[in-house]
Ligand binder design. Structure first.
Ligand code: 5AD
Ligand code: SF4
Length: 468
């Protein structure tokens, strides 16, 4: 994401008038996308991105509030940045410090109180005001900008120019939906990102076409609850994500589509059928279940049972037999007994995953879970997480191993680390190391997998070349 800095001397900067911003991103893909958009917006004010704090004029932390650890990290990072700023000031320079993202939205003024070194705080619903906020902060005023109707966000996000988009690679995120109305009792997202808002079809299609024009071949649609996306289609009917995917599949030059992250309750028939009917829709689905216990699912306000989830997976696998699943799991939700945890282990065994993310429950102030009795002790959470992760890791290894000997389409993304290698992406998201002769960046090539490394696959020719 960050441009490498070739010229480091401050005099070169003052000659060109260029300022440098170091954007540090925490958390989910939505933040990755937003960071890019903020960098684009700052580019209009003459900032270029740098990959190092040392030569930056501004540090922008795009933060995550989902678990306590993620939120706390921000304050220790601000402490470190403050030291860098002091060094810079001693040498006559300066460093502006901005906090964006979900901690900004959740804590607002509190951030300035707790970390007075921060110059401005901006929440995800107000990124279109970043330019104004920075200008105000430059006058020495502390600025906190978190109050704005989320509904306006998509209207005001600056769309990057083709020139800016080009050269960013062959894969891209595209936000189609923001916020969440589900109110799972452990989750801060409905409070930090606000209620569900869908981006209009015309805006999505326009951005998709411009991305493809700029060389993108694979688009991942983003949303906190992406499959809750809905909008009025080009036929004036109400569309869901399934219909939107059909429309996007028509974009010339777009070779792959993905979407993340979904809620089981929003997997409607049209979306399941899209997995059956659209070859460009990759056979990989991140569909978190969180727990396998009906009691805990109810307490989490997930509004489905473990068996509902199993039946749903059966239907999806019938529609697209080669689909691989990934998910999120929480252990140690308040009231979780040994039996509840065993039910989670069982659903993992029943469903099987190609990848998964698992977490210890983290109490989030303001969510209903924080007020629930029977909070689970930390050591019990840790022991459960260890067992769950061992099972999930084994499933991931088994999945990778099952690909050995198979031919698959790989989207070539970038040169490899070693000379003569090129790295692509499998339909199931693993990096695939290929021989550079197989094709160019942006091509889809068919290769045979002959070896598995820890997180990547190795194609036949390379494995032969390595003599392995
Ligand atoms: N504690 C632990 N994990 C959480 N997640 C969300 N909120 C919490 C919390 N309070 C996890 C869920 C979600 C993922 C993005 O983060 O599994 O799907
Ligand atoms: Fe959070 Fe639940 Fe909404 Fe996902 S669906 S963002 S876990 S409240």
């Amino acid at each position: 994401m960050s441009a490498p800095i070739i010229e480091k001397t401050p005099s070169a900067d003052s000659q060109t008038g260029t300022k440098k911003v170091f954007v540090k991103t925490y958390g989910c893909q939505m933040n990755v996308y937003d960071s890019q958009r903020m960098a684009d917006a700052l580019a209009k004010d003459g900032y270029v991105e740098t990959s190092s704090m040392d030569d930056a004029d501004m540090v922008l932390l795009n933060t995550c509030h989902i678990r306590e650890k993620a939120a706390e990290k921000v304050y220790s990072e601000i402490g470190r940045i403050r030291m860098v700023r002091e060094e810079k000031r001693a040498e006559g320079g300066d460093l502006m410090i901005g906090v964006a993202g979900c901690v900004a939205q959740a804590e607002g003024n509190e951030i300035i109180k707790r970390a007075p070194a921060v110059d401005f705080v901006i929440g995800p619903t107000t990124y279109h005001r970043l330019g104004e906020v920075v200008s105000k902060a430059k006058t020495g005023k502390k600025v906190v900008e978190t109050e704005y109707a989320v509904e306006d966000k998509f209207e005001h996000l600056p769309a990057p120019a083709k020139k800016v988009m080009s050269g960013r690679g062959v894969t891209s995120f595209l936000t189609v939906q923001e916020g969440c109305d589900k109110f799972c009792t452990f989750c801060v997202v409905p409070y930090t990102r606000g209620s569900e808002v869908s981006r209009p079809v015309s805006q999505i299609m326009d951005e998709a076409r411009r991305l493809v024009d700029a060389g993108v071949r694979e688009i991942t649609l983003l949303g906190q609850n992406v499959n809750a996306w809905h909008g009025v289609g080009s036929d004036d009917r109400e569309w869901g994500l399934g219909e939107l995917l059909h429309k996007l599949a028509e974009v010339d030059g777009l070779k792959r589509l993905r979407y993340v992250t979904s809620h089981p309750r929003d997997m409607d028939d049209a979306l399941i059928e899209a997995h059956r009917d659209l070859p460009v829709l990759m056979p990989y689905l991140h569909l978190p279940v969180q727990s396998g216990s009906d009691r805990i699912l109810k307490a989490m306000n997930r509004k489905h049972t473990g068996d509902d989830y199993r039946h749903l997976i059966d239907r999806i696998r019938t529609a697209r037999p080669d689909i691989a699943l990934s998910g999120d799991f929480i252990v140690g939700f308040p009231g979780e007994t040994d039996q509840d945890f065993e039910d989670t282990m069982q659903i993992v065994r029943d469903v099987t995953h190609a990848a998964a993310y698992s977490f210890k429950y983290s109490t989030r102030p303001g969510t209903p879970g924080a007020e629930m009795p029977n909070q689970v002790p930390e050591d019990v959470k840790s022991a459960r997480l260890q067992r769950l992760q061992a099972l999930l890791t084994q499933q991931q290894k088994d999945f990778m191993q099952s690909l050995v000997g198979k031919h698959m389409d790989v989207l070539i993304e970038k040169p490899g680390r070693e000379a003569g290698q090129i790295v692509g992406r499998s339909p199931w998201l693993q990096p695939v190391i290929c021989h550079e002769n197989v094709g160019q960046v942006g091509d889809i090539v068919n290769v045979k997998i002959s070896q598995v490394m820890v997180n990547s696959l190795v194609s036949d020719e390379i494995a032969t070349k390595l003599g392995q």
